[in-house]
Design a protein around this ligand. Structure first.
Ligand SMILES: Nc1ncnc2c1ncn2[C@@H]1O[C@H](COP(=O)(O)OP(=O)(O)OP(=O)(O)O)[C@@H](O)[C@H]1O
Length: 332
């Protein structure tokens, strides 16, 4: 079964000279019951992909498959299918709650909604859902501002699960939390995935955490996927120089901090992506250091579908990179 798949997703912000192609032909498939990690620098388009997949941002695509139903454009049936099967959790769990409603009332609202009614399986109560995310059932009587960040994130997961989704899109869900609390949320996500057979899109700045939690990883650069494949393959035996630069930045990372590449230059203006390979002006093995590599300037290596296990680089290497244990500070 295909939990979630999209082909040629495109999202543009603004028009004319100021238009930004934030997502420029992304094709991804979430392994059923598994996790697809989405990584890349700040501004590479990860959140826009997530928001477009749930219809919060308007995008176009060639094909969208949600729980085995296929659509060729956004339509009411496509929206309904997404609302029924896909839930979105963000870095800011308070956005999932009405500050004037108790946590229990907010969860009950989802349980009573048409989305929930069409779901299969036995109904759960707010108390059962809170237990599922390891919160005391008394939390149902509390208001969002009375909970800690970690408790509120657990409550937002409980609220998302009230709809009985088959897919969870988790956008930087641990980046605002302390390391210890992060570890608990990540363990919870893993346990829930096994128990409920959830398929997960895990978006994160943290490569170590992404490697730990994901079966497959897709690396985004300027709106495109530049490398994709098995998580170990991509993050340990990276083929794309951009992925290697990301991996090399890990020791310098503070948990949750934006990625800083060990490359001098700033990312290009997304309104005017470079011709040829979009990474060539910053590439440590591209034409700056190897003038004979004119392909990088003249030919666009395109984008990679997550099903392909490949890198969009004319000189993709198989160089094995071993991330030293001390460089992968997986919380917990
Ligand atoms: N509402 C918006 N209006 C205009 N441009 C936007 C908007 N949201 C995002 N962008 C632009 O789209 C591009 C992709 O942004 P996006 O937030 O999707 O990246 P990201 O990889 O999720 O970054 P981060 O990790 O910082 O969240 C960036 O160039 C960003 O400036």
């Amino acid at each position: 079964m295909t939990a979630l798949e999209v082909t040629d997703l495109r999202v543009q912000y603004g028009r004319g000279a100021r238009a930004v192609r934030a997502v420029d032909g992304v094709s991804l498939a979430v392994p059923s019951g598994g996790t697809l990690g989405l990584v890349g620098e700040s501004g590479s388009g990860k959140s826009t992909v997530a928001r477009a997949l749930v219809g919060l941002t308007h995008g176009s695509f060639q094909r969208l498959v949600v729980a085995d139903a296929e659509f060729s454009s956004w339509s009411r049936p496509a929206e309904a299918r997404v609302r029924r099967h896909v839930q979105f959790i963000t870095q800011d769990p308070s956005s999932a709650f009405n500050p004037r409603s108790t946590i229990g009332a907010s969860i009950a609202e989802v349980l009573a909604s048409p989305v929930r009614e069409s779901a299969s399986g036995t109904a759960r109560t707010p108390a059962e859902l809170l237990e599922l995310v390891a919160l005391d059932t008394g939390v149902a009587r509390r208001y969002p501002h009375e909970l800690s960040g970690g408790q509120l994130q657990r409550a937002s997961i409980a609220r998302a699960l009230a709809a009985r989704p088959s897919v969870l899109i988790a956008d930087e869900i641990t980046s605002a939390l302390d390391v210890g609390v992060q570890a608990g949320i990540l363990r919870l996500l893993g346990d829930l995935q096994k128990e409920l057979a959830l398929s997960i899109v895990f978006i994160s700045h943290n490569l170590a955490v992404t490697r730990h939690i994901s079966d497959q990883v897709a690396v985004m650069y300027l709106g495109r996927i530049v490398e994709a494949g098995d998580s170990e393959e991509v993050l340990v035996q990276s083929r794309h120089p951009y992925t290697r630069a990301l991996v090399d930045s890990v020791p310098r990372l503070k948990v949750g901090a934006p990625l800083r590449l060990p490359i001098q230059s700033e990312p290009p203006d997304p309104r005017h992506p470079p011709a040829g390979c979009r990474f060539h002006p910053r590439c440590p093995v591209g034409p700056q250091t190897n003038p004979e590599r004119t392909d990088c300037i003249e030919h666009d290596p395109g984008t990679i579908a997550t099903s392909a296990s490949d890198a969009a680089c004319h000189y993709a290497s198989q160089a094995t990179r071993t991330i030293a244990a001390q460089d992968t500070p997986v919380p917990g």
